[in-house]
Design a protein around this ligand. Structure first.
Ligand code: ADP
Ligand code: MG
Length: 240
Protein backbone atom coordinates (compact mmCIF):
# COMPACT_ATOMS: atom_id res chain seq x y z
CA UNK A 1 0.00 0.00 0.00
CA UNK A 2 1.22 3.50 -0.87
CA UNK A 3 1.68 5.84 2.05
CA UNK A 4 0.08 9.24 2.04
CA UNK A 5 2.26 12.34 1.64
CA UNK A 6 1.11 15.72 2.97
CA UNK A 7 2.17 18.87 1.16
CA UNK A 8 2.25 22.23 2.93
CA UNK A 9 -0.01 25.03 1.71
CA UNK A 10 2.43 27.64 2.98
CA UNK A 11 0.09 28.54 5.85
CA UNK A 12 0.35 26.72 9.17
CA UNK A 13 -3.27 27.48 10.00
CA UNK A 14 -4.42 25.95 6.73
CA UNK A 15 -2.11 22.98 7.16
CA UNK A 16 -3.54 22.34 10.61
CA UNK A 17 -7.04 22.48 9.21
CA UNK A 18 -6.00 19.83 6.68
CA UNK A 19 -4.16 17.64 9.16
CA UNK A 20 -0.73 18.58 7.82
CA UNK A 21 -1.32 19.80 4.27
CA UNK A 22 -3.00 18.59 1.12
CA UNK A 23 -2.83 14.83 0.79
CA UNK A 24 -1.75 12.50 -1.96
CA UNK A 25 -4.08 9.66 -3.01
CA UNK A 26 -7.14 11.92 -3.06
CA UNK A 27 -8.74 15.05 -4.47
CA UNK A 28 -8.72 18.38 -2.65
CA UNK A 29 -11.12 20.95 -4.04
CA UNK A 30 -11.06 24.69 -3.43
CA UNK A 31 -14.09 26.72 -4.38
CA UNK A 32 -14.91 30.34 -3.85
CA UNK A 33 -15.66 33.63 -5.46
CA UNK A 34 -13.39 35.40 -7.94
CA UNK A 35 -10.07 36.44 -6.31
CA UNK A 36 -10.60 34.32 -3.22
CA UNK A 37 -7.12 32.80 -3.65
CA UNK A 38 -7.73 29.47 -5.43
CA UNK A 39 -5.13 30.09 -8.14
CA UNK A 40 -2.64 31.63 -5.72
CA UNK A 41 -2.86 28.48 -3.60
CA UNK A 42 -2.20 26.48 -6.78
CA UNK A 43 0.95 28.55 -7.45
CA UNK A 44 2.17 28.03 -3.89
CA UNK A 45 1.59 24.27 -4.10
CA UNK A 46 3.59 24.21 -7.36
CA UNK A 47 6.60 25.21 -5.28
CA UNK A 48 5.95 23.51 -1.92
CA UNK A 49 5.38 20.15 -3.63
CA UNK A 50 9.03 20.27 -4.70
CA UNK A 51 10.36 20.76 -1.17
CA UNK A 52 11.93 17.74 0.51
CA UNK A 53 9.67 15.63 2.70
CA UNK A 54 11.27 16.87 5.94
CA UNK A 55 10.30 20.43 4.94
CA UNK A 56 6.68 19.36 4.48
CA UNK A 57 7.00 19.03 0.73
CA UNK A 58 6.42 16.12 -1.59
CA UNK A 59 9.86 15.87 -3.22
CA UNK A 60 8.21 15.58 -6.63
CA UNK A 61 7.20 17.26 -9.86
CA UNK A 62 3.99 19.11 -10.62
CA UNK A 63 1.53 18.81 -13.50
CA UNK A 64 -0.64 21.88 -14.10
CA UNK A 65 -3.72 21.95 -16.32
CA UNK A 66 -4.91 25.51 -16.79
CA UNK A 67 -8.35 26.07 -18.30
CA UNK A 68 -8.60 29.81 -17.68
CA UNK A 69 -5.14 31.02 -18.69
CA UNK A 70 -4.32 32.31 -15.22
CA UNK A 71 -1.03 30.49 -14.55
CA UNK A 72 1.81 33.04 -14.21
CA UNK A 73 5.32 31.55 -14.29
CA UNK A 74 6.72 34.85 -13.01
CA UNK A 75 4.66 34.37 -9.81
CA UNK A 76 6.63 31.18 -9.15
CA UNK A 77 9.91 33.14 -8.81
CA UNK A 78 9.24 34.99 -5.51
CA UNK A 79 7.46 31.94 -4.10
CA UNK A 80 10.49 29.75 -4.83
CA UNK A 81 12.76 32.38 -3.24
CA UNK A 82 10.59 32.48 -0.14
CA UNK A 83 11.12 28.73 0.28
CA UNK A 84 14.85 29.10 -0.47
CA UNK A 85 14.67 27.22 -3.77
CA UNK A 86 16.16 27.90 -7.18
CA UNK A 87 13.35 29.40 -9.27
CA UNK A 88 14.54 28.02 -12.60
CA UNK A 89 14.83 24.50 -11.26
CA UNK A 90 11.35 24.83 -9.75
CA UNK A 91 9.90 26.07 -13.06
CA UNK A 92 11.56 23.18 -14.93
CA UNK A 93 9.66 20.74 -12.72
CA UNK A 94 6.24 22.20 -13.48
CA UNK A 95 4.73 20.55 -16.54
CA UNK A 96 2.19 23.06 -17.78
CA UNK A 97 -0.65 22.62 -20.26
CA UNK A 98 -3.46 24.94 -21.27
CA UNK A 99 -6.79 23.22 -22.07
CA UNK A 100 -9.32 24.73 -24.45
CA UNK A 101 -12.23 22.25 -24.40
CA UNK A 102 -13.38 19.61 -21.91
CA UNK A 103 -12.23 16.90 -24.35
CA UNK A 104 -8.83 18.53 -24.62
CA UNK A 105 -8.70 18.64 -20.81
CA UNK A 106 -9.43 14.89 -20.66
CA UNK A 107 -6.82 14.04 -23.29
CA UNK A 108 -4.22 16.12 -21.46
CA UNK A 109 -4.91 14.04 -18.36
CA UNK A 110 -4.23 10.84 -20.26
CA UNK A 111 -0.94 12.26 -21.56
CA UNK A 112 0.10 13.40 -18.09
CA UNK A 113 -0.70 9.99 -16.62
CA UNK A 114 1.70 8.45 -19.14
CA UNK A 115 4.37 10.93 -18.00
CA UNK A 116 3.70 10.11 -14.35
CA UNK A 117 4.50 6.49 -15.05
CA UNK A 118 8.02 7.58 -15.97
CA UNK A 119 8.83 10.48 -13.64
CA UNK A 120 8.15 11.14 -9.95
CA UNK A 121 5.18 13.52 -9.79
CA UNK A 122 3.53 14.44 -6.50
CA UNK A 123 0.86 16.97 -7.52
CA UNK A 124 -1.69 17.42 -10.27
CA UNK A 125 -3.54 20.74 -10.51
CA UNK A 126 -6.65 21.38 -12.58
CA UNK A 127 -7.57 25.09 -12.38
CA UNK A 128 -10.54 25.20 -12.96
CA UNK A 129 -11.93 21.69 -13.21
CA UNK A 130 -15.37 22.83 -14.31
CA UNK A 131 -15.03 26.03 -16.33
CA UNK A 132 -14.81 24.31 -19.73
CA UNK A 133 -17.75 22.02 -18.95
CA UNK A 134 -19.87 25.05 -18.21
CA UNK A 135 -18.91 26.52 -21.59
CA UNK A 136 -19.07 23.33 -23.67
CA UNK A 137 -22.41 22.20 -22.19
CA UNK A 138 -24.12 25.52 -21.79
CA UNK A 139 -27.27 24.67 -23.72
CA UNK A 140 -30.64 23.79 -22.32
CA UNK A 141 -31.02 20.09 -21.69
CA UNK A 142 -27.28 19.42 -21.68
CA UNK A 143 -26.87 19.17 -17.92
CA UNK A 144 -27.21 15.38 -17.69
CA UNK A 145 -24.55 14.87 -20.36
CA UNK A 146 -22.30 17.44 -18.72
CA UNK A 147 -22.56 15.69 -15.37
CA UNK A 148 -21.80 12.36 -16.98
CA UNK A 149 -18.65 13.68 -18.68
CA UNK A 150 -17.64 15.50 -15.50
CA UNK A 151 -17.98 12.26 -13.53
CA UNK A 152 -15.74 10.55 -16.08
CA UNK A 153 -13.09 13.26 -15.71
CA UNK A 154 -13.23 13.13 -11.91
CA UNK A 155 -12.98 9.37 -11.87
CA UNK A 156 -9.85 9.65 -14.01
CA UNK A 157 -8.42 12.15 -11.51
CA UNK A 158 -9.08 9.75 -8.63
CA UNK A 159 -7.37 6.93 -10.50
CA UNK A 160 -4.33 9.10 -11.17
CA UNK A 161 -4.16 10.13 -7.49
CA UNK A 162 -4.19 6.49 -6.40
CA UNK A 163 -2.00 5.00 -9.10
CA UNK A 164 0.83 7.53 -8.86
CA UNK A 165 0.44 8.63 -5.23
CA UNK A 166 -0.11 12.25 -6.25
CA UNK A 167 -2.19 14.94 -4.61
CA UNK A 168 -4.89 16.29 -6.91
CA UNK A 169 -5.84 19.94 -6.37
CA UNK A 170 -8.84 21.18 -8.31
CA UNK A 171 -10.59 24.52 -8.24
CA UNK A 172 -14.28 25.14 -8.66
CA UNK A 173 -16.61 28.07 -9.03
CA UNK A 174 -19.55 29.14 -6.93
CA UNK A 175 -23.01 29.48 -8.37
CA UNK A 176 -26.18 31.01 -7.03
CA UNK A 177 -28.13 28.49 -5.01
CA UNK A 178 -31.67 28.34 -6.38
CA UNK A 179 -32.75 26.91 -3.05
CA UNK A 180 -31.32 29.94 -1.27
CA UNK A 181 -33.07 33.22 -0.91
CA UNK A 182 -33.72 35.94 1.58
CA UNK A 183 -33.46 33.77 4.70
CA UNK A 184 -30.08 32.28 3.83
CA UNK A 185 -27.12 34.52 4.56
CA UNK A 186 -24.90 33.17 1.78
CA UNK A 187 -26.97 31.82 -1.08
CA UNK A 188 -23.97 30.44 -2.98
CA UNK A 189 -22.82 26.89 -3.47
CA UNK A 190 -20.08 25.06 -5.35
CA UNK A 191 -20.83 24.18 -8.98
CA UNK A 192 -20.82 20.59 -10.16
CA UNK A 193 -23.61 19.22 -7.99
CA UNK A 194 -23.42 15.83 -6.33
CA UNK A 195 -20.91 14.54 -8.91
CA UNK A 196 -18.25 16.91 -7.65
CA UNK A 197 -19.36 16.61 -4.03
CA UNK A 198 -18.85 12.86 -4.27
CA UNK A 199 -15.43 13.00 -5.98
CA UNK A 200 -13.69 15.54 -3.74
CA UNK A 201 -12.39 14.14 -0.45
CA UNK A 202 -11.78 17.58 1.03
CA UNK A 203 -13.72 20.65 -0.03
CA UNK A 204 -12.25 24.01 0.94
CA UNK A 205 -14.51 27.02 0.84
CA UNK A 206 -12.51 30.21 0.34
CA UNK A 207 -13.61 33.80 0.65
CA UNK A 208 -12.09 37.24 0.82
CA UNK A 209 -11.46 38.86 4.18
CA UNK A 210 -9.95 42.26 4.96
CA UNK A 211 -7.18 43.41 2.61
CA UNK A 212 -4.90 40.53 1.67
CA UNK A 213 -6.63 38.23 4.14
CA UNK A 214 -8.54 35.21 2.97
CA UNK A 215 -10.75 32.91 5.00
CA UNK A 216 -10.92 29.15 4.58
CA UNK A 217 -13.48 26.74 5.93
CA UNK A 218 -13.89 23.02 5.39
CA UNK A 219 -17.17 22.50 3.58
CA UNK A 220 -19.60 19.76 4.35
CA UNK A 221 -17.40 17.36 6.35
CA UNK A 222 -19.24 16.34 9.52
CA UNK A 223 -16.24 14.31 10.73
CA UNK A 224 -13.80 17.24 10.61
CA UNK A 225 -13.57 20.13 13.07
CA UNK A 226 -15.55 23.24 12.21
CA UNK A 227 -14.00 26.66 12.21
CA UNK A 228 -12.58 29.31 9.97
CA UNK A 229 -8.91 29.75 9.31
CA UNK A 230 -7.38 32.96 8.08
CA UNK A 231 -4.44 33.13 5.69
CA UNK A 232 -2.85 35.79 3.49
CA UNK A 233 -2.00 36.03 -0.17
CA UNK A 234 1.46 37.61 -0.44
CA UNK A 235 4.07 37.92 -3.16
CA UNK A 236 5.76 34.90 -1.55
CA UNK A 237 2.54 32.91 -1.91
CA UNK A 238 0.09 31.71 0.72
CA UNK A 239 1.16 32.50 4.30
CA UNK A 240 -0.30 32.86 7.79
P1 ADP B 1 -9.11 33.04 -7.70
O1 ADP B 1 -9.80 32.48 -6.50
O2 ADP B 1 -10.05 33.83 -8.57
O3 ADP B 1 -8.30 32.03 -8.43
P2 ADP B 1 -6.56 34.23 -7.19
O4 ADP B 1 -5.92 33.07 -6.55
O5 ADP B 1 -6.16 34.55 -8.58
O6 ADP B 1 -8.14 34.14 -7.10
O7 ADP B 1 -6.30 35.47 -6.24
C1 ADP B 1 -6.14 36.76 -6.77
C2 ADP B 1 -5.73 37.66 -5.62
O8 ADP B 1 -4.46 37.28 -5.13
C3 ADP B 1 -5.57 39.09 -6.07
O9 ADP B 1 -6.78 39.78 -5.98
C4 ADP B 1 -4.56 39.61 -5.08
O10 ADP B 1 -5.25 40.05 -3.93
C5 ADP B 1 -3.76 38.40 -4.69
N1 ADP B 1 -2.43 38.41 -5.32
C6 ADP B 1 -2.10 38.00 -6.55
N2 ADP B 1 -0.80 38.20 -6.79
C7 ADP B 1 -0.29 38.75 -5.68
C8 ADP B 1 1.01 39.21 -5.30
N3 ADP B 1 2.05 39.14 -6.13
N4 ADP B 1 1.15 39.73 -4.07
C9 ADP B 1 0.11 39.80 -3.22
N5 ADP B 1 -1.13 39.40 -3.53
C10 ADP B 1 -1.33 38.88 -4.74
MG1 MG C 1 -8.32 31.46 -10.42
Amino acid sequence: RKSVVRITTGSQALDELLGGGIETLCITEAFGEFRSGKTQLAHTLCVSTQLPIHMHGGNGKVAYIDTEGTFRPERIVPIAERFGMDANAVLDNIIYARAYTYEHQYNLLLGLAAKMAEEPFRLLIVDSVIALFRVDFSGRGELAERQQKLAQMLSRLTKIAEEFNVAVYITNQVIADPGGGMFISDPKKPAGGHVLAHAATIRLMLRKGKGEQRVCKIFDAPNLPEGEHVFQVTSGGIMD
